[in-house]
Design a protein around this ligand. Structure first.
Ligand SMILES: Nc1nc2c(ncn2[C@@H]2O[C@H](COP(=O)(O)OP(=O)(O)OP(=O)(O)O)[C@@H](O)[C@H]2O)c(=O)[nH]1
Length: 410
C-alpha cells in the first residue's frame, strides 16, 4: 500500500548517484477555478499530518480570503493585494498578477527557507528552541513541499513569474505538477478534451513530471476519463452518443471531427501521463495519489534532473561570459576617463560592475527591503507562543497534540 513515507531518505536512496537529491518532493497544485485546489491542499495537508509528516506549505494566491490550512509561507504576508490594486489602479486579475510578480522578486528568499527545511541536517538549525516533544525532527523535516496557486489558472501557468517560480523550485527540489480536474464537470467529451489540451500545454511548458488528479470522485467516479484516455475509440463513441442525445447543444457538428482528430493526436500524450482519482472531500484515493507522486519523483530524477543540470550549466556559462564582457567594457571606459576626455567613473559605478549585489545598497533601500521580507511563519522562535489564529490554523477542524498545539485534523 502506498504511503507518503515512500519518499526515500537521501542518505540511503540517492547514495552514489552524484549530488544527493533533497528528501522533499515539491507538488505544484494547479487547476481551473473551482476544481477543488484548496480543498485538495487541505486534504493532503491533513493526510500528511495524520502520518506525522507535516508538509511545508506555500500559498501563492494573494486574493484568497480564507485558507483552511496552515501555510508556512503566505504571499499575503509579503504583498498587500488590495493595496497593489489601489496603487496600480488594477482590477482583480491584474492585481493578482502584479502581486505575484512582486512576490517573485523575493522568491530567492522563499527558496532559501524551503531548501533549508528540505535538507534534514539544516532543518535542525531552524527548529525553535523548545519544539513540542510530539514534533520530532523527522516530523519537522518535510517530505513534501506543497504549493497552492491562484484560482485563475492562466495567471500562474502563462505568466513570467509562474515560469520563474516553477523553474526555480524545480532546480532546487524534485518537483511534480499536480493538475486538478473537476471530474463531474468533465463528463462532456468537449469539456474533457479542452481540459486535456490545457493539461498538455502546461506539460509542454513546464516539462516537469505531470500528474492528472481527477477530483470529486465522490460525486462522479473517474473511470470514464481513464477509459477515454486509454482507448480513443471509446472517446469517439462517447462523442457520437453525445451528439445523438444533445444535438447542436454542444456546438456545431464540425467540432466533432476536430475532436475526433485530437483524440488521435493526444493518444501519444496520454501515454506519458499518470492519472489518479481522488475525493478531496472524503479523502478517498490519497494512497494512490502518493504512489503516483513517488513515481513522478523517480521520473524527475531519471529524466528531468540531467536535463536541468545541462540548462543550469549553460546559464552559468552565459552569466560568466556576460560578466567578463562588462568588466572589459568597464576597463575600456576607464582608459577613456583617465586620459581626461570624459568624466571619471564614479566609485558607485565601479562597485556595480565588480559586485552587482553591492550596488545601490544604501541604508534606506535596506529598510525598504526588510518591509517585503518573506516570512517563514514556522521558523519564528516564538512560533509556539503565537495564538493558533495567528499561526493560520483555520476552522477546518484541528487536532491537539500532546503539548496542546493545534494542527489541521485529518
Ligand atoms: N463533492 C466534492 N466537492 C468538492 C471536492 N473538492 C472540492 N469540492 C468543492 O468544490 C468547491 C470548490 O472547491 P475549492 O477548493 O474552493 O476550489 P479551488 O480550485 O480552490 O477554487 P478557486 O480558489 O476559486 O480556484 C467547494 O464548494 C468545495 O467544497 C470533492 O472532492 N468532492
Amino acid at each position: 500500500m502506498a504511503t507518503p513515507q515512500a519518499t526515500p531518505q537521501p542518505a540511503q536512496a540517492d547514495k552514489g548517484k552524484g549530488k544527493e537529491l533533497p528528501r522533499a518532493t515539491a507538488m505544484i497544485v494547479i487547476g481551473m477555478a473551482g476544481s477543488g485546489k484548496t480543498t485538495f491542499m487541505q486534504r493532503v495537508n491533513s493526510y500528511l499530518h495524520s502520518r506525522n509528516q507535516p508538509p511545508y506549505v506555500l500559498n501563492l494566491d494573494p486574493a484568497v480570503m480564507h485558507l483552511p490550512f496552515d501555510a508556512n509561507i503566505d504571499i499575503r504576508d509579503t504583498v498587500d493585494y488590495p493595496e497593489v490594486m489601489k496603487q496600480y489602479n488594477l482590477g482583480p486579475n491584474g492585481g493578482i498578477m502584479t502581486a505575484l510578480n512582486l512576490f517573485t522578486t523575493k522568491f530567492d528568499q522563499v527558496l532559501g527557507h524551503v531548501e533549508n527545511r528540505a535538507q534534514s541536517v539544516e532543518s535542525v538549525l531552524l527548529l525553535p528552541p523548545d519544539p513540542p516533544p510530539a514534533l520530532t525532527e523527522t516530523a519537522l523535516t518535510p517530505s513534501y513541499v506543497l504549493l497552492d496557486t491562484p484560482g485563475q489558472i492562466e495567471i500562474f501557468t502563462w505568466s513570467a513569474s509562474g515560469s520563474i517560480i516553477t523553474d526555480a523550485l524545480a532546480s532546487a527540489l524534485p518537483t511534480v505538477v499536480v493538475y486538478i480536474i473537476d471530474t463531474p464537470r468533465t463528463t462532456a467529451p468537449a469539456t474533457f478534451m479542452s481540459n486535456m489540451l490545457y493539461a498538455c500545454s502546461i506539460l509542454y511548458k513546464t516539462r516537469l513530471p505531470f500528474l492528472l488528479v481527477f477530483n470529486k470522485t465522490d460525486v462522479e467516479p473517474h473511470g470514464f476519463a481513464l477509459e477515454w484516455m486509454r482507448d480513443f475509440e471509446k472517446f469517439q463513441d462517447a462523442l457520437l452518443e453525445r451528439r445523438r442525445t444533445h444535438g447542436e447543444e454542444d456546438g456545431p457538428a464540425y467540432m466533432d471531427s476536430l475532436m475526433n482528430s485530437m483524440s488521435l493526436v493526444l493518444d501519444e500524450f496520454y501515454k506519458h501521463l499518470r492519472a489518479v482519482g481522488v475525493s478531496a472531500m472524503t479523502g478517498e484515493g490519497m494512497d494512490e495519489l502518493f504512489d503516483a507522486v513517488q513515481e513522478a519523483r523517480e521520473e524527475y530524477e531519471r529524466d528531468y534532473k540531467p536535463e536541468l543540470e545541462k540548462i543550469t550549466a549553460e546559464r552559468e556559462r552565459k552569466k560568466e561570459a556576460q560578466k567578463a564582457e562588462s568588466v572589459t567594457r568597464l576597463m575600456r571606459d576607464m582608459k577613456v576617463s583617465s586620459s581626461g576626455d570624459s568624466a571619471q567613473v564614479p566609485q558607485s559605478e565601479l562597485d556595480k560592475y565588480l559586485d552587482p549585489s553591492a550596488a545601490g545598497q544604501d541604508d534606506d533601500e535596506e529598510e525598504d527591503d526588510d518591509e517585503g521580507e518573506v516570512i517563514d511563519r514556522s521558523a519564528r522562535t516564538d512560533y509556539y507562543e503565537l495564538p493558533a489564529r495567528r499561526r493560520g490554523t483555520g476552522p477546518g477542524g484541528t487536532v491537539e497534540l500532546e503539548d496542546g498545539s493545534q494542527w489541521p485534523a485529518p
